[in-house]
Ligand binder design. Structure first.
Ligand code: NAP
Length: 440
């Protein structure tokens, strides 16, 4: 029987996906059917696998997404990879609108000599490892060296530096996975250096995240006062950045005692140029060049030096994974789109639309904007697509092992039940394990 309500497929169950579903519910009320797909058997994308495990209050937003999932006309369809289990073309045949909310799960490539040496990781891999993402659970970073170097001056660099600097007790209440907690507890690291190719006025670190460093048990932020621009120049900064820079000024004014605590060194005007390995093929140093700012850009001065680096984590941004048949903007690392429209019936939202920027909350207006566009495009159109019923037929035909929201609730309960004391959950870190629980 032909449908009379819009049939919407949302690909990706992270913040952008769920805010889009919420917006569609506001737009059409009960008169819409929404299927939210995820390649993982578990929902919430970045909230589960990207947000730092010690930022539980941020992760609390998943309760809002749960409410959306539990409303009658929304389904979670996990463990279905769009692009391989089902193609975008097939989904476009089935649904009135297909919205790619697939985020930016891949690392921007660190294009340097030595980037493939051992113990050099992108942030997606390292963050995935301590957050229990099945793809990265077996990463096993070697933390037996003394010095870690984190490349980049954004919030992910801060997350990584903080996690490496924390003591075991400081993970109380977090959902860091057991294997990572064990490795970090046994870590022999003695310092982290955060490399910024530009200066303090060009950081992408927000005050709350930067301020956290001042309240850690053993981490001691080190900022070289010589790197700070004249204080009068702070007036021109936007208020958030000004606050961050004020924190850096405070850190610079507090001369840390030599040899005390765990230094978190901010190395500004320092661009990475090459990674240097030892005989075993593992990184042990990083060659850097002092830079100067020319028209806001970092320009090398020719002054090179080597910093010890037993572990290197590149936190230089993320990119969306391409999907067969979907136009892609290589330079921007996201789908080619005009205000979220890709092709007739095909849309993108969140990081898949605009690249990896903004906070979790930025995705909410994004979700509402894309639903507005879909509503404009569908106005007056005959809604004849089979939607979820058509997809269910395809599942039966292909024998896909689909995970429902009820299945996820079983996985969720199992993770909560096996949590160590003072932890909200112990994540299942392999897809087979998740599916096994879902099918009990
Ligand atoms: P980001 O904010 O874009 O920062 C990337 C950093 O990498 C920039 O400092 C950039 O420097 C540097 N970089 C890029 N290419 C480089 C290269 N080749 N060599 C050296 N440095 C390079 O990205 P992000 O830290 O991955 O964060 C992504 C988004 O998630 C952001 O919106 C962030 O705020 C958000 N996030 C938020 C939180 C939170 O609120 N707690 C936590 C994590 C992430 P230039 O500026 O010089 O290009």
């Amino acid at each position: 029987m032909p449908q009379t309500t819009p049939q919407i497929a949302i690909i990706g169950s992270g913040p952008a996906g769920y805010y889009t579903a919420e917006a569609a519910q506001k737009q059409w009320g009960q008169d819409v059917r929404i299927d939210i797909f995820d390649r993982m058997p578990v929902p919430y994308g970045l909230i589960r696998s990207g947000v730092a495990p010690d930022h539980q209050s941020v992760k609390g937003v998943s309760r809002r997404y749960e409410t959306v999932s539990l409303s009658g006309h929304v389904r979670f369809i996990g463990h279905v990879a769009v692009g391989s289990d089902v193609s975008v073309e097939e989904l476009l045949e089935l649904y009135d609108a297909v919205v790619l909310a697939t985020g930016a799960p891949g690392d921007r490539k660190l294009d340097l000599p030595g980037a493939t040496l051992g113990n050099v990781f992108g942030s997606a891999a390292l963050v995935g490892w301590y957050n229990g993402h099945p793809e990265f659970a077996s990463l096993a970073p070697d933390l037996s060296g003394k010095h870690a170097v984190v490349i980049g001056n954004g919030n992910v660099a801060l997350d990584v530096a903080r996690i490496l600097a924390k003591t075991q007790d400081e993970f109380t209440g977090s959902d860091i996975v057991g294997h990572a907690l064990e490795a970090l507890t046994a870590s022999r690291l003695e310092s982290v250096t955060i490399l910024g190719r530009r200066g303090p006025h060009q950081i992408a670190m927000t005050p709350k995240e930067l301020g956290e460093l001042a309240h850690l048990e053993r981490a001691v932020p080190h900022v070289d006062p010589a790197h700070l621009p004249p204080v009068e120049e702070d007036a021109a900064l936007d208020p958030g950045l000004r606050k961050s820079v004020q924190l850096l000024r405070k850190y610079a004014s507090e001369t840390p005692e030599e040899g005390v605590g765990f230094p978190v060194n901010f190395a500004f005007y320092t661009a990475p140029r090459a990674l240097v390995g030892d005989a075993s093929g593992k990184v042990h140093a990083i060659e850097v060049e002092r830079t100067t700012l020319v028209d806001g850009k970092a320009v090398g001065t020719g002054e090179l030096r080597r910093l010890p680096a037993d572990l290197v984590v590149s936190c230089i941004g993320y990119q969306t994974s391409p999907i067969a048949g979907v136009p892609y903007n290589e330079m921007r690392g996201r789908f080619a789109n005009e205000e979220g429209r890709i092709l007739p019936g095909l849309y993108c939202v969140g990081w898949a639309r605009r690249g990896p920027s903004g906070t979790i909350g930025t995705n909410r207006p994004d979700g509402f904007a894309i639903v507005d566009r879909i509503a404009q495009d569908l106005a007056g159109a005959a809604l004849t697509k089979p939607g979820g019923d058509g997809f269910d037929a395809l599942v039966a035909e292909r024998g896909l092992d689909v995970i429902t929201f009820r299945d996820w609730q079983k996985i969720d309960a199992a993770e909560v039940a096996r949590a160590r004391s003072n932890a909200p959950r112990e994540k299942i870190i392999d897809v087979d394990g998740m599916i096994g629980i879902a099918h009990t």
